[in-house]
Design a protein around this ligand. Structure first.
Ligand code: TXA
Ligand code: MG
Length: 340
C-alpha cells in the first residue's frame, strides 16, 4: 500500500475531509493529538478496528480508546456515567484524560476485548477534533507505533513504523505533551488512575481526595501486581538497548557510568545533573518534568537509530507530572531502578 504523508503546511480542511472519508470507509489514518500520534480507525467498524491490531502487531487482549469530539458521541458508546466521571469531564475535557466507563451495546468486543467497559478520550488537538467531527464517528486510536516501540511524538516516527501499512499520515508537528493520556477508571465511587500522564494524581485528588493509583503503579520493586489496564502489563516504550535507571548523588551516578560505560552507550539526564559522557541526551529541567515527557520517546527512538546498546538514565523526580515520566522510563527499563 502507498502511504500518503501530508506535511503540516499541506493539511487543509479538504485533506482532512478526504482522510475522514477514508476512516468512514474502513481505512486507517494516523493523526496528531496533544499527547502522541494516534492510529485512527472507525470505532464502530469491526474490520477497520481489527486492521489496527494487524498494522501495530498489537496483542489481542489489549483494548482500544475511542476518541470523540463532542458529548453527543459519548452517549452512543458509554452509559451509566457516574457523578465522578461527569466532574472529570467538565474539568479536563477536551484534554489528555481518558475515562474508563460502562460501554453501550454499540461498542463491540473488537474495541473492548472482553471487558464490559470502554475507554473514551476527547482530545484537545484541533486537527484531531476536526478529523473526528468530519468522520462523524468515534475514532478508535491507539498510539501509532508498532507494539512495543516508543509512542510517536512526530509524524516521521509514525512513518518509520507504518510506511506502506496505512493509507494516510497527517503531520501536525511535534506533540506538546509527549506521553500518552492519563487513564482513569471512573466506573466506581472514586477515581482509580490506571496510567499516569499530564493530568496528575494531585490534579484529580484535589477534586476527589479518595483517588487511588492502580496498585500495579505503586508496587514495590520486585513485587508483581497485575495491572487493571491490560496495556500496562507489556514491556512498552522500550528501545533496543538496555536502560538502567540510576538513583543517587551526582558523584555516585558519574562513578557508576564511568565504570560501566561501553563504546555504544548514552546518558539521559537533567540540566541539574551535569554528567560527563560523550553521548548526552537532555530531559530538560528535573523540576519541570513536562520537558522530559516531551523529549523522552524521541530520544529513545534516536538510540535505536544510532544502535545504542546501553542507556544510563538519571532517576526523575516522581512528583506531579514527573510520575508519568518515571513510569514510562521504568517500563522501558523493565521495571528496575538501581539505587546507588
Ligand atoms: O494519549 C493517548 O491516550 C493516545 C492518543 C493517541 O490518544 N492513545 C493511546 O492508546 O495511548 P493506547 O492504545 O496506546 O493505550 C490505551 C491504554 C492501554 O493501556 C489500554 O490497555 C487501556 O488504555 N485501555 C483501553 N481500554 C480500556 C478499558 N476498557 N479498561 C482499562 N484500560 C483500557
Ligand atoms: Mg500505546
Amino acid at each position: 500500500m502507498k502511504t500518503i504523508f501530508v506535511k503540516k503546511a499541506d493539511v487543509t480542511d479538504e485533506i482532512i475531509r478526504q482522510a475522514a472519508e477514508t476512516i468512514k470507509n474502513g481505512g486507517l489514518v494516523a493523526f496528531p493529538t496533544e499527547t502522541v500520534y494516534g492510529l485512527g480507525a472507525n470505532g464502530l467498524d469491526d474490520d477497520a478496528v481489527n486492521s489496527v491490531y494487524l498494522a501495530k502487531g498489537r496483542p489481542a487482549d489489549n483494548p482500544l480508546i475511542l476518541h470523540i469530539s463532542n458529548l453527543e458521541m459519548l452517549k452512543l458508546i458509554a452509559k451509566d456515567i457516574s457523578p465522578v466521571a461527569k466532574v472529570l469531564m467538565n474539568v479536563f475535557w477536551p484534554g489528555p484524560l481518558t475515562l474508563v466507563l460502562k460501554k453501550t451495546e454499540l461498542v463491540s468486543d473488537s474495541i473492548s476485548r472482553g471487558l464490559d467497559t470502554v475507554a473514551v478520550r476527547f482530545p484537545a488537538h484541533e486537527l484531531a477534533q476536526k478529523l473526528i467531527t468530519a468522520a462523524d464517528t468515534p475514532i478508535a486510536a491507539p498510539s501509532a507505533n508498532i507494539s512495543g516501540r516508543p509512542s510517536p511524538t512526530e509524524a516521521l516516527h509514525v512513518l518509520e513504523d507504518m510506511d506502506g501499512k496505512i493509507p494516510w499520515i497527517l503531520d501536525g508537528g511535534s506533540c506538546d505533551i509527549g506521553v500518552e493520556s492519563t487513564v482513569v477508571d471512573v466506573t466506581g465511587d472514586y477515581p482509580i488512575i490506571l496510567r499516569p500522564g499530564k493530568i496528575t494524581f494531585e490534579d484529580i485528588s484535589d477534586l476527589f481526595p479518595d483517588t487511588q493509583y492502580d496498585q500495579h503503579l505503586v508496587a514495590e520493586q520486585g513485587e508483581i501486581v497485575a495491572p487493571r489496564s491490560p496495556g500496562m502489563k507489556y514491556k512498552h516504550y522500550a528501545p533496543k538497548g538496555e536502560i538502567q535507571i540510576l538513583s543517587g548523588e551526582l558523584l555516585d551516578i558519574q562513578q557508576y557510568i564511568d565504570k560501566h560505560l561501553t563504546e555504544k552507550s548514552a546518558v539521559l539526564t537533567f540540566t541539574q545533573y551535569k554528567i560527563k559522557h560523550k553521548n548526552i541526551y537532555s530531559l530538560g529541567n528535573i523540576n519541570r518534568p513536562e520537558e522530559g515527557c516531551a523529549k523522552l520517546f524521541s530520544h529513545l527512538r534516536t538510540f535505536d537509530t544510532l544502535g545504542i546498546e546501553k542507556i544510563f538514565a538519571v532517576m526523575p523526580d516522581k512528583r506531579g507530572v514527573g510520575f508519568a515520566l518515571y513510569n514510562r522510563l521504568l517500563k522501558a527499563a523493565g521495571g528496575k531502578v538501581i539505587n546507588l
